[in-house]
Design a protein around this ligand. Structure first.
Ligand code: NAI
Length: 300
């Protein structure tokens, strides 16, 4: 069954060569793990300076991995690093980087229009069999895919920060994603040593859909004067067994990121109390207190 799309393109693609667009926090992390598991990675960003930093970051992270993994064999560790780095090449030209790719994975700025423009352009340049995927945290995959003519070969691959440490990948199918594409993305996640879960294209998929309203309710609980930040964090760590309390987690994720996600959901579903705004969160973000990355959020 071709569901109205070109039959020739519908096949199970084994992903060996991939192009990652965006060499920031997530893109570099995904590149590191993909290259470490034997995939050939082209990493694309807007400038050579950014790409140099990405590769330096990957090298630094690999050194930490190797220190543990090859503790008693430093030479084998160095060899492993060199082998992994050989699997990574960089480019500022996305159009030529996608030429022989099985998968184009996008991890650029969280902006629908910019993602649509990128994919719309690459759709005309990438081979027919190439699968497109976005690492977006909060935008509907189907909205991003709508700028292309390969809706059957478009899905979501949502990794977690820090990518080398976090085992989970959410694999997202839109209503148009073919079973072959979905299976290829699942198999690729497994080949990267990750554990995939299947998701529908719904706001926040599984993890963020539960985690963001939870953090927001912790903030509102505190705003109502029903508990201090410290006590709420201790309560969830010792009472629920969570490794971080909600305020510690919010500082780690970034308060601006949480606000951006909630505002987006709130705009689409204004009546939903789970997506209601918080004055305290708005104030901290307005003051530039975004959490760990700015040195201060709920905590210093
Ligand atoms: P980042 O800001 O660290 O990196 C984004 C990179 O994309 C930058 O290096 C930027 O120069 C580059 N870029 C922007 N526009 C580009 C373009 N048109 N072409 C090529 N490169 C371009 O952002 P981060 O945190 O890595 O996030 C990237 C994506 O991953 C976003 O969609 C975000 O929602 C998602 N995500 C983020 C997570 C996180 O914890 N930070 C977790 C899971 C998903």
């Amino acid at each position: 069954i071709c569901r109205g799309f070109s039959c020739s393109a519908v096949r199970n693609v084994v992903i060996k060569q991939l192009t990652i667009i965006g060499g920031g926090l997530m893109g570099a992390g995904i590149a590191q793990v993909a290259a470490s598991t034997g995939h050939s990675v082209k990493l694309v960003d807007t400038s050579d300076d950014i790409l140099k930093k990405s590769v330096k970051g990957i090298e630094g992270s690999l050194k930490r991995v190797v220190k543990k993994k090859f503790a008693d064999k430093p030479e084998a560790g160095e060899e492993f690093i060199q082998k992994v780095l050989q699997n990574v090449s960089t480019s500022t030209d996305a159009g030529s980087a996608v030429q022989d790719s099985d998968l184009v994975l996008e991890a650029i700025v969280e902006n629908l229009k910019i993602k649509q423009d990128l994919f719309g352009r690459l759709d005309k340049l990438a081979p027919a069999h190439t699968i497109f995927a976005s690492n977006t945290s909060s935008l509907p995959i189907s909205d991003i895919a709508s700028s292309t003519s390969r809706l059957d070969r478009f899905g979501g691959l949502h990794f977690f920060n820090p990518v080398p440490m976090m085992k989970l990948v959410e694999v997202i199918a839109t209503s148009a994603t073919s079973q072959e594409t979905f299976d290829s993305l699942l198999n690729f996640s497994k080949a990267m040593g990750k554990v995939p879960v299947s998701c529908k294209d719904t706001p926040g998929f599984l993890v963020n859909r539960l985690l963001v309203p939870y953090m927001m309710e912790a903030i509102r609980l505190h705003e109502r004067g029903h508990g201090s930040k410290e006590d709420i964090d201790i309560a969830m760590k010792l009472g629920a067994g969570y490794p971080m309390g909600p305020f510690e987690l919010a500082d780690y994720v970034g308060l601006d990121t949480i606000k951006f996600i909630v505002d987006g959901w709130n705009a689409k579903d204004p009546g939903n109390p789970l997506f209601a705004q918080s004055e305290l969160l708005n104030k901290l973000v307005a003051e530039g207190k975004c959490g760990k990355k700015t040195g201060e959020g709920f905590y210093k």
